[in-house]
Design a protein around this ligand. Sequence first.
Ligand SMILES: *Cc1c(COP(=O)(O)O)cnc(C)c1O
Length: 343
Amino acid sequence: MQLARFPRVRLGHLPTPLEPMPRLSKALGGPELWIKRDDCTGLATGGNKTRKLEFLMAEAQAQGADIVITQGATQSNHARQTAAAAARLGMDCHVLLEDRVQTEDREYYYNGNVLLDRLHGATVQAYPAGLDMNAQAVVVGEQFRKQGRKPYVIPGGGSNATGALGYVLCVQEMAQQALDKHLAFDQMVMATGSAGTQAGLAVGLKLSNSDMGLLGISVRMPKAQQEANVLRLAQATAAKLGQPDLMQAEDIVANSDYVGSGYGKPTPDGLEAIELFARHEGILLDPVYSGKGAAGLIDLIRKGHFSRDQRIVFLHTGGAIALFGYSSAFAYGRDVIAPATVA
Ligand SMILES: *Cc1c(COP(=O)(O)O)cnc(C)c1O
C-alpha cells in the first residue's frame, strides 16, 4: 500500500542532510563513513521521533484528539519532540516520565529534555521505575476521557506501526539522496531502543529491495529480545502496508555489546565516541542513544568488522539536548577553566 494513503502532518525539516565524515574516517583508519543527520529534523532541536510523529500526530488529528499522552524515561527525547509537536498543532500534551535511570545528578531531573518538555507547555508527571508505562499511559488517557477530553495515547518512543511508517519513508528519502550523489552504501549502523526506527528502516529497505545491511546497536535490551521486538514491530508495519509476510527473522540484526550497565547509564566507550564525533566532525551525540550506537560503530571498525573499501552510514538519531542532563558524566568538572594570568 502506498505511504501516501496514511495521514501525515509535516513537522520535520526534511530531507535531513546526508554528509561525509572524512576526518573521523581518517582517524579510525577504517571504512568510508557517512552520517544521515536525523538530529537535524528541526523540531525542538530535532531527532528521530519527529518522523514518527508526522504519522502519529496526523492520526491524532484525524481522530479529533485535543490532548496527546505519551511516556518515556526522565530524559526522554520522544517526550520532548511530542510536546513540541503538540504545541505546533494546538493540542495539549501530557507526559509520564519514568525514573528509569536513578542518579545523584540533579540536573538529570530538570535540565535538558525535561526543561524543554515544560517550555513547550506539556504537563509532566514522574513515575517510579519498573511499571508497565504504556499501560499507565492508557490509564491516564482514560482519566482524561472521563473528564470530557479527547485523548490520543502514543506508546513510548512512538514505536508502533503508525510511527514506524516515518522510517519506511526515510529509506526512500535516503535512497534518493544516495542516487543523487551516485553513492551506494554497504551498511547502516544506528542506535535501537523502542524498536520503531529499526523496524521502519528494515521494512523500507526490504520493500525497495535494497542490499544495504542494517545493524541496530541496542541501548537497553539483550540481543535476542531486541531482535524479537524489532521483528514483531517490523511485521506489524509491513502488515499495515498490506504485506504481512514480508519480514523474516534474518532481516533484523541487533548487537547488544554496548549497553554497559543499563539504559541511560553512560559508558566509557560511549563518552569516547561522543568526544570523537565532537572533535573530528563537530557533531554532537548523546550518552543514552547515539553515543552508544557510535561506540558500537567505532569498536566494530577497530575490530576489523568492516573492510576498508566499504561505505558505512551512521544514522544520527539525535538526543544531544540530553547532554545538559548528563554534564557530570564527563570528567570536565565545574572548575576546569583555568584562570587566565592577566598581564
Ligand atoms: C528514541 C531514540 C532512539 C531509538 O529509537 P527507537 O525507535 O526507540 O528504537 C535513538 N536515538 C535517540 C536519540 C532517541 O531519542
